[in-house]
Design a protein around this ligand. Structure first.
Ligand SMILES: CC(C)(COP(=O)(O)OP(=O)(O)OC[C@H]1O[C@@H](n2cnc3c(N)ncnc32)[C@H](O)[C@@H]1OP(=O)(O)O)[C@@H](O)C(=O)NCCC(=O)NCCS
Length: 154
């Protein structure tokens, strides 16, 4: 069973390699302004995911699970742990930019929104700034999950 924890320095290189194998960006991975988690199984790094923050929002980034471990709930477990941390830090919205995993995100409580909304919510987030520089924002798919606890019926 995989163990999820904060990354150590040695984890970052393995996580970057996993992300690179999926052609995912690794800039500012592990930066102090974000929140990061990795998953280990049998001494191997098998997954990771992070958050960037801005205003009342958080941005999911760098979520990846090693191919042999997919479909066993690890992606969901990483996402749940991040959503909990985002809520603890006062975020109301969790955003994601992903053209690769729309089905996973929609199955995980996200609804599709626009890249413009993500940019407006998190203009200073490193990943948003990078995508802006690369001119990727207009063609990305964007998703938003409501982190506010469901209000109880009166
Ligand atoms: C997306 C990713 C992290 C999912 O990790 P995972 O550990 O396989 O996901 P889980 O096993 O937790 O799946 C959670 C749910 O999403 C569904 N799901 C996962 N990947 C899916 C996919 N590619 N297409 C459709 N549904 C998917 C699962 O069926 C599961 O639903 P269920 O609980 O109803 O069965 C993994 O496929 C991955 O690393 N992909 C490459 C990197 C990537 O695209 N990252 C962007 C993520 S925003």
């Amino acid at each position: 069973m995989a163990v999820i924890r904060k990354p150590g320095t040695l984890d970052l290189a393995q996580w970057k390699a996993l992300l690179a194998s999926e052609k995912m960006r690794t800039e500012e991975l592990g930066a102090g302004s974000g929140f990061w988690l990795v998953a280990h199984e049998s001494g191997q790094l098998v997954g990771g995911a992070g958050l960037e923050f801005g205003g009342d929002s958080a941005l999911l980034r760098s979520l990846v699970v090693a191919v042999p471990l997919r479909g066993r709930g690890l992606g969901q477990a990483l996402l749940d742990a991040l959503a909990e941390e985002a809520g603890r830090r006062g975020a109301v919205w969790l955003y994601a930019l992903s053209s690769e995993a729309p089905k996973f995100l929609l199955a995980s409580g996200f609804r599709e929104t626009t890249p413009d909304e993500v940019e407006a919510a998190l203009p200073e987030a490193p990943l948003v700034a990078l995508y802006r520089r690369l001119k990727w924002l207009p063609t990305e798919r964007a998703f938003r999950r409501d982190l506010a606890p469901a209000s109880s019926a009166a």
